[in-house]
Design a binder for this molecule. Structure first.
Ligand SMILES: Cc1cc2nc3c(=O)[nH]c(=O)nc-3n(C[C@H](O)[C@H](O)[C@H](O)COP(=O)(O)O)c2cc1C
Length: 174
């Protein structure tokens, strides 16, 4: 083994599961952020943490609504999913730009992205400032899925995406 840079470590540790989190702003307008820094952090109760940069519009939205839906995008959503990770929703409507349909969530205010492989509705129960990001820790209050859409997205070095299905088969997506 040898000592390597963070940049090399990110490359070598790829791919990472790429998710989209929906929120709503103070006027109830939905937004979507692309996230590689997310993880399940508890099984009982089921909890998911997302790490959101302080400058992101989604950070502001989470401060207002305290809820999010973590959606795993299927391969069919690859272009829209990439747009959500590369443009801010401060001025644009990412649902319409990405061509995503909104489905009302069962418990929380942010909508579900129609056709997500899996969607976890979460209520924020705790936050932790971690350097330039905030960790929003959410308790899962409902789960939805599309069993016919098994092929979802992973990011390589946060620069491109591949899709891998739930049996582990890999395809280049973007
Ligand atoms: C592959 C990929 C992974 C990303 N992961 C994160 C992440 O984990 N946390 C984060 O704050 N931003 C992440 N981003 C950047 C945001 O998605 C991006 O800044 C987005 O435009 C923020 O949108 P908003 O301003 O509407 O919230 C990622 C972007 C890409 C392309």
């Amino acid at each position: 083994m040898q000592e390597i840079s963070w940049n090399e470590a990110i490359e070598l540790g790829s791919p990472y599961p790429y998710a989209l989190a929906t929120t709503v702003d103070k006027d109830g307008r939905p937004n979507i952020i692309g996230l590689a820094w997310w993880t399940i952090v508890s099984g009982e109760p089921l909890m998911i943490a997302i790490s959101v940069g302080h400058g992101r519009y989604s950070h502001e939205c989470l401060g207002h609504c305290g809820e999010f839906v973590l959606c795993l995008p299927p391969e069919e959503h690859k272009e829209g999913a990439w747009l959500c990770g590369t443009t801010s929703g401060r001025k644009i409507d990412k649902f319409s730009k990405a061509g995503f349909q909104q489905v009302p969530a069962k418990v929380v205010a942010p909508p579900i992205i129609e056709g997500s492989t899996v969607a976890y509705e979460c209520k924020v129960t705790n936050t932790l400032v971690t350097g330039d990001h905030t960790l929003f820790i959410g308790e899962v209050v409902a789960i939805h899925g599309s069993p016919e859409r098994t092929r979802h997205l992973y990011t390589v070095h946060y620069r491109k995406v591949v899709s891998i299905d739930c049996k582990g088969h890999c395809n280049f997506a973007l």
